[in-house]
Design a protein around this ligand. Structure first.
Ligand SMILES: [Fe+2]
Length: 406
């Protein structure tokens, strides 16, 4: 498949050069002339066979209507676009990836219609993509690297696999809090690590901070997935960034001492364990509440109806959020297109697609939120620099092992 993508990139190489030439020429043209030139570039002359076949009129999808309204350029179809770029993508490396990936594809298709730039996606686990970028070096076909965890964005940056970029569009769309301070990547969405509880069993007044989860009052009540999982290691890295290594180790030991059972299952399994009476407080990512409400599984629906989320550290520095984001690869061949895509991904219409089905928080605050996210009210998100979390990922893994957080 990779060979296919590389070959297709070589094949379109000529087309890209033509496009770049035309762009530089078009800077001297009037708007009307530019539009005409765009049309010529994008609209393929029909062959004789094509002329004979009448095209069936298709009703545009909702997203097409929305993006077309925003599109001042001629409507461009995916088939006739002449430009391609490649994106290395790790967007949720577990099962819901397909659901999310489909949503991502809607975004890329809308981008292609809008700008005539086709997006070739190579998807794998973040570590595999980072290794691939390292091995390919200057020959990488990737222009954009996109991933769900700040740890991986940080690793890609530190290994010199990304290049800084400055975009006024991105700076306008995304608050500084969710952008790399050195402009190597921008956040796209964030997922809060929260607590789930049954209000019939736990008084919300008892809940306060992550730190409090190590309080012996919770002995035998805390449920969580494995300490080797990236979600929990990001949380420990956050605790290191906030309190230092020594305190974070003590906290992790206290947390482990309060477990209702040995860590097992995914985030949703912790909520199910509360329903089964195995414990009281589950550590979970916020978007799973939305996924459970939308699930066909009656148990998950029941949980979504009965249980509540608690966002720790409100008024005390803010909830820990993990960031999904994108950056331009160091050896991107099509930097301008890569930047265009990243700019588009930060726009409210693309951000709306991210948040609608996956219930993640959009990094662009102008994005329309799903009702569920609105119902959570204003959430204070930790302003700790995301690089600080990335920096502490190795130390977090050490602490998890030392504290026997299996
Ligand atoms: Fe997840």
């Amino acid at each position: 498949m990779l060979v296919g993508i590389i070959l297709s990139l070589i094949v379109v190489g000529v087309g890209i050069n033509i496009w770049i030439k035309n762009i530089s020429k078009s800077t001297k043209l009037s708007d009307k002339e530019k539009l005409e030139l765009d049309r010529k570039n994008f609209v393929k002359k029909p062959t004789n066979t094509e002329k004979e076949i009448p095209k069936t009129k298709r009703t545009p999808t909702k997203i097409e209507k929305e993006t077309d309204n925003l599109n001042s350029r001629p409507n461009i179809s995916v088939e006739v676009s002449i430009i391609e770029m490649a994106i290395f993508l790790n967007y949720i490396n577990h099962k819901p990836v397909l659901i999310h990936y489909d949503k991502d594809k809607i975004i890329y298709d809308a981008f292609t219609r809008k700008y005539g730039i086709k997006v070739n996606v190579v998807q794998n686990k973040a570590a595999a993509l980072i290794k691939k970028l390292e091995m390919e070096g200057k020959d990488t076909p990737a222009d954009v690297f996109m991933t769900v965890g700040i740890g991986d964005l940080y690793t890609a940056k530190k290994k010199g696999l990304l290049q800084p970029f400055t975009s006024e569009v991105v700076k306008k769309n995304i608050p500084a809090q969710f952008m790399d301070k050195e402009d190597y990547y921008t956040g796209l969405t964030y997922r809060a690590r929260v607590l789930i509880y049954d209000p019939a069993k736990t008084d919300v007044k008892e809940l306060s901070t992550y730190k409090d989860l190590a309080n012996p009052k919770w002995k035998g009540k805390i449920l969580t997935r494995s300490g080797t999982h990236s979600y929990n290691q990001h949380l420990i890295a956050f605790m290191i960034a906030k309190y230092g290594k020594e305190e974070a180790l003590k906290w992790t030991e206290g947390l482990v001492a309060n477990f209702a059972r040995d860590p097992k299952g995914n985030d949703r399994a912790q909520a199910k364990a509360i329903l089964a009476g195995e414990g009281d407080i589950g550590i979970m990512n916020s978007y799973y509440m939305g996924k459970m409400a939308a699930s066909d599984d009656p148990i998950q629906q029941e949980i979504a109806k009965k249980f509540k989320l608690f966002f720790p550290d409100q008024g005390k520095g803010g909830v820990h959020a993990n960031l999904s984001g994108a950056g331009i690869t160091k050896y991107a061949k099509k930097k301008a297109h890569a930047q265009k895509l990243i700019e588009y991904l930060t726009s409210p219409e693309a951000q709306k697609v991210f948040t609608e089905k996956n219930y993640e928080f959009p990094a662009n605050p102008k994005t329309k939120l799903p009702e569920l996210l609105k119902s959570w009210g204003k959430i204070e998100v930790s302003s700790i620099d995301f690089d600080k979390i990335g920096e502490n990922m190795d130390a977090a893994a050490d602490i998890a092992a030392k504290a026997n957080f299996k």
